[in-house]
Design a protein around this ligand. Sequence first.
Ligand code: RIB
Length: 312
Amino acid sequence: MENNTQKANITVLGSFVVDLMSRTPHLPVPGETVLGGPFKLGPGGKGSNQATAAARAGANVVMCTKLGQDEFAKIALDNFTREGINTEHVYQDSRYETGVALIMVDEDAENMIVVAIGANNYITKEEVYQLEGKIAQSQVLLTQLETNIDAVIHAVDIAKAQHVPVILNPAPIQPIPDDLLAKVDILTPNETEAEKLTNMKIKSLEDAKAAGSILLDKGVKNVVITLGKNGALIVNKQKVEHVPAVKVDPVDTTGAGDAFNGGLAVALAEGKDLAKAVEFANYLAALSVTKVGTAPSMPLRKEIDDFMHKTR
Ligand code: RIB
């Protein structure tokens, strides 16, 4: 981080799940068993990954999530402690299991994921409102759809009341009420999510622009559609801007979207404009796909700054 840059405060409301990941020569078709390996178990979940990305990129991060009271919960707490993430709003409930994700990654670095969100589905309104003071002190609220949507709605309402910008990463995709979309400052769907939200196919930048416009009509202020190796497209009322991806050789693309969202939140919280913030986020995503895993693949700020310096 540049010395004169103020450290950003970011609140993340989102999931923690334990990732159970196996490499596989190819992704199985229905009914097929594939001999895979090696196997890895570690911290994951879109909320936790994005919090980890933001913390490693240099922000003060407060995490709000819900865990069970089981062995997997310890993996979450160890991860948050190791990454210096504030855990005052990490709740535990013995009635539910800590979430898990079953992840397969093939030789082309593509993945398939089934996520059983467990305790993440039971964050209460009271628990979200306990976060009010932390959201008020943040420059950005970052959230996703891997918890109960009511919790997301309450957190967004708090942020709006406090004039704190909201980034909603609509993943995993599910129907989003229009009045929630209308409160979102930056919506960050990938291509598939943008297709589902707009009911249209995206095969080109022109299509992505059209999808972005549909989402603007629903009241979203800025849409940033992530396009994998084709970078990202910013669509808002003032402009449409394509920000190219940074070229790397990927080994595992799982968590690239999380790296992007964590990086985007940090850059915006530090005061960068949206195009510069998306460029910064692209660097995080590129670095993350050069390593195996999700949270463990998030780059440190020094790596990001060095990489930007080298490739620009
Ligand atoms: O975005 C990647 C994450 O999605 C994985 O860590 C997995 O937990 C799923 O939630």
